[in-house]
Design a protein. Structure first.
Length: 76
């Protein structure tokens, strides 16, 4: 898995806001923000998983050739 940390943190913060906080700010529900953050975190994590599975299939073998570099000067 390439980088699962940020989506997991976002999902955890979203779940905490959704399930543990019972407040509202100027008519905005904290629970609604928690649900949105949770859904975005889960979607982000799924995208990371799909990308990490697809990358090894696209990799190609790297060929390294050890040849001396010879540069010739053009003399006019």
């Amino acid at each position: 898995m390439t980088d699962a940390g940020p989506p997991l943190v976002l999902t955890a913060v979203g779940l905490i806001l959704w399930l543990a906080v019972d407040a509202s700010l100027a008519g905005i529900s904290i629970q609604t923000i928690g649900i949105i953050l949770t859904l975005v975190g889960v979607a982000w994590l799924l995208i990371e998983l799909v990308q990490s599975r697809a990358v090894p299939a696209r990799r190609r073998a790297t060929v390294v050739r050890e040849e001396p570099v010879v540069r010739e000067r053009d003399v006019y």
